[in-house]
Design a protein around this ligand. Structure first.
Ligand code: SAM
Ligand code: DTB
Ligand code: SF4
Length: 330
């Protein structure tokens, strides 16, 4: 962290009005509340910042699929594991924009472009910048997730008009080591710092259901909430178990513990969009409704995530209608 920023935070730890000094114990106390109490507190705070009946829709596009050199144990796109994912090349700009136009027609307000890279190569930067410019010109918010970024790359993306950069911390600092060895937790935080310094909004969250403990979930949310600025978007993914990945066959988690994680994210980061992200295919309508009550107010919309299935658009629209919810911007 820059010295000036560190000093400002010492003098006034909450310049944005939010706490950034949560202890693990305080967070675990939230997790340990009776579920109804936790849900009530989260929904009460949620209503101070958001319309509880609105939901933000983001659509994903895998602009470069598979063949990734990293070893993230959950990921079907790592070249280290035998999965059904076929490695492809970086998509053409026009094809990506075709997807963006469809996303807009379908009611999404943000288009999230993901690449299975450790970090972008210099030769790809012009192409991804063109994608950002194209998406912006459609009147959509743009988001990219391309792996680690240095300060120069972050500045280039900002220059092209990028609104959000997604880079997940994935788990607690302690559990992270069990999941990924090819890049460190500190590398992740450094990328987030570079993104923030470039003036791009951060989208950062993680995955629940990888065999981590409640203390690990608390540690993950502690890292996010104690960043100098809360991420504008916090995707909470429930592990999608993909055959061939090391985490395939990991035990199923208690759905209530997933809902608790959403509620605690809402309590720690009151004004951030908390996204109910991967894993909705394995959730029933009642579970999703409880996630919305706990404070989730964004989803990935469209029948595919990056390589795995997501609910059909009609299924989601029917659910919103049954819950009396409407997509943001409509
Ligand atoms: N390669 C880039 C990176 O890892 O930074 C960007 C794409 S990567 C697929 C984006 C995020 O998707 C990961 O950090 C992880 O949180 C999430 N993800 C990947 N596979 C998943 C799975 N099987 N279940 C749930 N979330 C997953
Ligand atoms: C995020 O947190 N989840 C999205 C997005 N950011 C890039 C990705 C989920 C991927 C799920 C597995 C797949 O479809 O490959
Ligand atoms: Fe590569 Fe990202 Fe998958 Fe990790 S999560 S293997 S970095 S695509």
């Amino acid at each position: 962290m820059a010295v000036a920023q560190e000093q400002t935070l010492r003098e006034n730890p909450y310049p944005d009005g939010f706490r950034h000094n949560w202890t693990k114990r305080e967070i675990l106390e939230f997790f340990d509340l009776p579920l109804m109490e936790l849900l009530f507190q989260a929904q009460t705070l949620h209503r101070q910042y958001f319309d509880p009946n609105k939901i933000q829709l983001s659509q994903l596009c895998s602009i470069k699929t598979g063949g990734c050199p990293e070893d993230c144990k959950y990921c079907p796109q790592s070249s280290r594991y035998q999965t059904d994912v076929e490695a492809g090349r970086l998509m053409a700009v026009e094809q990506v924009l075709e997807g963006a136009r469809n996303a807009k027609l379908n009611g999404a307000t943000r288009y999230c472009m993901g690449a299975a890279w450790r970090s972008p190569k210099g030769r790809d930067m012009d192409t991804v910048c063109e994608m950002i410019e194209g998406v912006k010109s459609l009147g959509l918010e743009s988001c990219m997730t391309l792996g680690m970024l240095d300060a120069g790359q972050a500045a280039q993306l900002k220059q092209a008009g990028l609104d959000y950069y997604n880079h997940n911390i994935d788990s607690s600092p302690e559990y992270y080591r069990e999941i990924i060895t090819t890049r460190s937790y500190e590398d992740r935080l450094e990328t987030l710092e570079n993104v923030s310094a470039a003036g791009i909004n951060i989208c950062s969250g993680g995955i629940v259901g990888m065999g981590e403990s409640r203390a690990d979930r608390a540690g993950m949310l502690q890292t996010l909430a104690n960043l100098p600025t809360h991420p504008g978007s916090v995707p909470i993914n429930m592990l999608v178990q993909v055959e061939g990945t090391p985490l395939f066959g990991a035990g199923q988690m208690d759905p209530f513990d997933f809902i608790r994680t959403i509620a605690v994210a809402r309590l720690l980061m009151p004004a951030s969009y908390v996204r109910l992200s991967a894993g909705r295919e394995a959730m029933n309508d009642e579970m999703q409704a409880l996630c919305f009550f706990a404070g989730a107010n964004s989803i990935f919309y469209g029948e595919k995530l990056l390589t795995t299935a997501n609910p059909m658009q009609n299924t989601d629209l029917e659910l919103f209608a049954r819950l009396g919810m409407t997509p943001e911007g409509q």
